[in-house]
Design a binder for this molecule. Sequence first.
Ligand SMILES: *[C@@H]1O[C@H](CO)[C@@H](O)[C@H](O)[C@H]1NC(C)=O
Ligand SMILES: *[C@@H]1O[C@H](CO)[C@@H](O)[C@H](O)[C@H]1NC(C)=O
Ligand SMILES: *[C@@H]1O[C@H](CO)[C@@H](O)[C@H](O)[C@H]1NC(C)=O
Ligand SMILES: *[C@@H]1O[C@H](CO)[C@@H](O)[C@H](O)[C@H]1NC(C)=O
Ligand SMILES: *[C@@H]1O[C@H](CO)[C@@H](O)[C@H](O)[C@H]1NC(C)=O
Length: 593
Amino acid sequence: MRGYPRYGTAVGFMVLLNALLIFATQATEGVLTDHLLVQLHEDAQDEAHQVATQHGFQSARKVKNVFEQGGFSRQKRGYRNINDIEVNMSDPLFTKQWYLINTGQADGTPGLDLNVAEAWELGYTGKGVTIGIMDDGIDYLHPDLASNYVSTHMSLNVLIFFHSFEGMLINEASVQDFRGLVKNMTPLVLGIRMLDQPFMTDIIEASSISHMPQVIDIYSASWGPTDDGKTVDGPRELTLQAMADGVNKGRGGKGSIYVWASGDGGSYDDCNCDGYASSMWTISINSAINDGRTALYDESCSSTLASTFSNGRKRNPEAGVATTDLYGNCTLRHSGTSAAAPEAAGVFALALEANPNLTWRDMQHLSVLTSKRNQLHDEVHQWRRNGVGLEFNHLFGYGVLDAGGMVKMAKEWKTVPERFHCVAGSIQEPHKFQSGNKLVLAINTEACQGKDNFVRYLEHVQAVVTVNATRRGDININMTSPMGTKSILLSRRPRDDDSKVGFDKWPFMTTHTWGEDPRGTWVLEVGFRGDQPQRGVLKEWTLMLHGTQSAPYIDQIVRDYQSKLAMSKKEELEEELDEAVERSLKSLMSKNN
Ligand SMILES: *[C@@H]1O[C@H](CO)[C@@H](O)[C@H](O)[C@H]1NC(C)=O
Ligand SMILES: *[C@@H]1O[C@H](CO)[C@@H](O)[C@H](O)[C@H]1NC(C)=O
Ligand SMILES: *[C@@H]1O[C@H](CO)[C@@H](O)[C@H](O)[C@H]1NC(C)=O
Ligand SMILES: *[C@@H]1O[C@H](CO)[C@@H](O)[C@H](O)[C@H]1NC(C)=O
Ligand SMILES: *[C@@H]1O[C@H](CO)[C@@H](O)[C@H](O)[C@H]1NC(C)=O
């Protein structure tokens, strides 16, 4: 289409066990795809290659299970027609990039930007960091992007390697070699071309997400299940496994950083129904426009961690995101959370340069602590503070990313303590609810205290819910933590008229209770909103806590308290510890402001 090699049928990653995978044309229920998993006896790789070749297919890799690859839909977020292209390359567009430095251009609010100037002044350009853009390819011939064109201070899009699953396949060694040559430059950007086909398969997603995990530091995704306000969908088995492997083993064990566009479904959708954006393993990014308002396509949900910038409701033609476009052109009008996710990837590259030791969780902690409310305003949801004083908003998460704040904190950062997982409680009996009569359930938990997996300082919290109703879109679910923070887990989705499937063990996620003490009573409220009377049955609520036992963000002094705590004067010291944590949180936040 754009002179790229066509997307082939050979995929090569993520070796699991001893079955061999062949792609063939295969009819599955629903959608046809040309991907098929075939189980063969062990060591049958040669035979498989032979069979595949005879039938004109290419064989690929080993996987664990055998199943047909059903095709499903994954949509690009914020796609704009080529007719929107306005400005060509010879225009110096730096001053149009208000999201980098906002001086009030295009009717914007001065100071409302990613504060990258501060990071640049400190000498960070993202060098040595590699970003993989999982999309439908990169226009690597674009003068801005082609080999060693270096645009001053741009944190993204400088050196491009093009990858396709056939043709110009580059291997990890060649990237490393090349990176050796370009030490002084900005991040390497790789295009992982995976979106340009009618249907997505689990294999393609998994392969993309696990592509060169020791080379690519940050993966950026601006796509997901259709944002039509009625889809509930997420990563399938192989992709989930690939993500888990990525965060556990990628980047030499520090974990791949997955940045996700939170979605463009607007107020009709809820990004907690998108299992990619709501995954704990992704950092999902929403967008603000240049005067601090929400974009009209923004979806809100409790899993969004932070925001960057995009456009969407301003008439000013320069209020969009200025960036490269196809055929050597540029645009001032890129939009959608599609534009927001790569901006975040750029900021994270700066942070990784400041401290390559950062783990995937460190990056989330840094985002929580350094993102700013700035002048963001959401007409629907108030800004609130959670139980440890962190300010958040249901749509923007912890606010807009602040590159300067992030690199400064990253430099001093000590890797957060080990993460633990605790099933805090589960209610499995069916409970009916109906319009005008909401269901209120409580789980009282010690958060696995006294066990190895005690979680004392929260990171993510998941409410795994099975519920069905006469109209799924009218269900709304809130959850309140023992420290009093209410997360809206599910808002009304007026277009979702499902009455059969409901949510089946769906992991609703909240980031809003970050840093809190999870011990005590959690309350779940399930009700209906909408004009018509509805009925429903909640069949399961399982509360999963994820976080650390020892306090993150605190200096040695507080850790010393903890070892004393193990010995004696337990309660007294616990109180002292809590106060110390609160103090260090406060000082971190004030340093950051
Ligand atoms: C993009 O650039 C090409 C050549 O540089 C030009 O011919 C084309 O008209 C441009 N497209 C738009 C939509 O301006
Ligand atoms: C690009 O823009 C410059 C300046 O606006 C103009 O002179 C030139 O003709 C344009 N080139 C193309 C290919 O549109
Ligand atoms: C990263 O870790 C190494 C090894 O533990 C350490 O020597 C180095 O100082 C750390 N770098 C930063 C920026 O924290
Ligand atoms: C929900 O599930 C229950 C039991 O599984 C069933 O009896 C009920 O009809 C379902 N309700 C709806 C609205 O589908
Ligand atoms: C959940 O919270 C929202 C926002 O405060 C509120 O409008 C809604 O009624 C609540 N729903 C339930 C079931 O409590």
